[in-house]
Design a protein around this ligand. Structure first.
Ligand code: NG6
Ligand code: CA
Length: 524
């Protein structure tokens, strides 16, 4: 097993570090090193071209660059899906989201879409003896079937799938309700002013973007014309909970502070912090100290804000003296999008900045821009700074962490997750043999042996409402990704055998784990 090699290196690192200390200290040191603190940060809609360490030269991200410079920086890492909910679902369950039907972009009152019987990555890490916490954007639903009731203790919540502590934005910042939830309760909710939320019809009498466009401070370019909160028209209707509403400008400060508090509280035991930033998702509302600072409009400003957040987390680790043995992953849930539904001038103010890097498509797309994301892992005690060109998928974080922590998974847990710990730690360049991706319409793609196959999709998937090229086509597509990373030339017709072979491989992958028992029970 790959872990044994890895453990040898851990032992030697520990032996050197502990010098001539007593056996028990040495053992303690080994035990500690084998249990690094783990921080996993999902930025929202951050593109592979959005960071200066990935070549951006119109925007500067010094903190993230420093993280990359001290760790392993991936150039071929993928999110499971081109949108948030399925991408996060895949990472936390180790199962491709398209195996389950309700994993599309979740509304703000969605039930918890991860089955509470599922043995999640967080359950696994918790069983390895960690304190676990989730802070920031959640977007995997909360509560029971029929929709979340925000006026009582929300159950089930993230604490039913492994998190000891929760402080979350239920869905996205452009979706109601615009409130934080902490350990199942809406923060600062006045019981005399209960919250009502609907995604089907207007509730209450708060103004909406559709009826009162004159009240809006940020106009929609698409959708986003329901209840106006803080001048911004959102998706969905809400009323009540006035004292609980968040202030958009302060979200980064609030969630960064919660993350720092969690780290400080658990500094003396192994902890796992899963954090979702609201940046750089729409509406892009920077705090005044970042507003106007990028010269690229608010999209650039919130990249600076995101970089600040990462810097704050790094500084916290430094000041507590725990950076050395903290495994810190920073990545994005899907690719970049420029106009995502508000008139924030993101296109007009790009000023030569290329959020998708060289890649075709973007968020929502089957093309590389949809899922190829920045991915950085830093763990100073064990990992040497390097660039990693091996293919890596976020679906494999789960099994790789299980191996790192010596955890045996119950049957059926994380069915699609493969152990690639050495790749993750930059010690091997032999990555996955294939990568499966998913676009907005559940069109699947398969990357294998330098080729990329995009399965044909039916006419009704050809929708273009996102303004992004989704990659849907009734005909199969094949690109020689190794020579044509920007997917310019569909060579399916010239290579019928390869097209057929990849189509069959994808078919076989789809046919796996169709037995519902793959959702492993927590008590095997
Ligand atoms: C879309 C929204 C978009 C964004 C996305 C989810 C419109 C027109 N567009 O429906 O703004 O919220 O959903 O993004 O409503 S994600 O990153 O959380 O998946
Ligand atoms: Ca996203």
């Amino acid at each position: 097993m790959k872990t044994s090699l890895f453990q040898i290196s851990l032992l030697s690192t520990a032996a050197i570090a502990s010098g001539c200390g007593s056996m028990s200290q040495k053992q303690q040191r080994n035990a500690d090193i084998q249990k690094p603190n783990i921080i996993y940060i999902f930025a929202d809609d951050l593109g592979i071209g959005d960071l200066s360490c990935y070549g951006a030269n119109r925007v500067n991200t010094p903190n993230i660059d420093r993280l990359a410079g001290q760790g392993v920086q991936f150039t071929n890492a993928y999110a499971t899906s081109a949108t948030s909910t399925p991408s996060r679902y895949g990472m936390l369950t180790g199962m491709y989201p398209w195996r389950q039907t309700n994993t599309g972009i979740a509304p703000g009152n969605s039930e918890l879409i991860i089955d509470t019987n599922c043995y999640t990555m967080t359950n696994m890490i918790k069983n390895a003896g960690y304190a676990t916490g989730v802070v920031g954007k959640w977007h995997l639903g909360l509560g029971a079937k029929g929709g979340t009731d925000f006026n009582k203790k929300i159950s089930p919540n993230t604490q039913d799938i492994g998190f000891d502590y929760e402080f979350v934005i239920p869905a996205t910042v452009d979706r109601v309700p615009c409130v934080y939830v902490e350990n199942g309760r809406v923060v600062n909710l006045d019981p005399n002013d209960p919250i009502t939320v609907s995604y089907t019809e207007k509730v209450g009498n708060w103004p909406t973007g559709e009826e009162n466009p004159e009240l809006v401070t940020l106009k929609p370019s698409q959708g986003h014309n329901n209840t106006i909160i803080n001048g911004i028209p959102r998706i969905g209707w809400m009323t009540g909970g006035k004292s609980a509403l968040w202030v958009d400008e302060d979200i980064a400060d609030v969630i960064t502070d919660k993350a720092k508090q969690f780290i400080a509280k658990h500094q003396n035991e192994p902890f796992f912090l899963y954090m979702g930033t609201q940046d750089v998702h729409v509406p892009r509302v920077p705090h005044p100290r970042f507003a106007g600072k990028s010269g690229l409009g608010t999209r650039g400003d919130v990249i600076l804000q995101l970089d600040w957040t990462i810097g704050e987390i790094m500084n916290t680790l430094d000041s507590l003296n725990i950076a050395e043995n903290t495994l810190f992953i920073f990545t994005s849930d899907n690719g970049a999008v420029i106009d995502d539904g508000y008139q924030d001038m993101a296109y007009e103010l790009l000023n030569g900045h290329t959020p998708m890097g060289i890649y075709r498509g973007g968020k929502y797309s089957a093309y590389e821009g949809g899922t190829r994301v920045p991915f950085i892992i830093r763990w100073p005690a064990v990992v040497k700074p390097t660039k990693q060109a091996a293919p890596f998928s976020q679906i494999d974080v789960y099994a790789s962490f299980a191996s790192l922590l010596n955890q045996t998974l119950p049957d059926g847990a994380a069915p699609d997750s493969e152990e690639h710990l050495d790749v993750l730690l930059g010690k091997s360049s032999e990555g996955r043999t294939h990568i499966v991706q998913q676009n907005l319409n559940n069109t699947l793609t398969l990357i294998k042996g330098g080729w990329k196959y995009i399965e044909p999709s039916s006419e009704d998937a050809i929708e273009f409402w996102t303004k992004t090229e989704l990659g849907n086509d009734p005909e199969p597509q094949l690109y020689l990704l190794s020579n044509d990373p920007t997917e310019k030339e569909n060579v399916a017709k010239q290579n019928p055998e390869i097209t057929k072979e990849l189509a069959m491989s994808l078919q076989n992958i789809k046919a796996q784990h169709t037995d519902k028992a793959f959702i492993a029970k927590k008590t095997p």
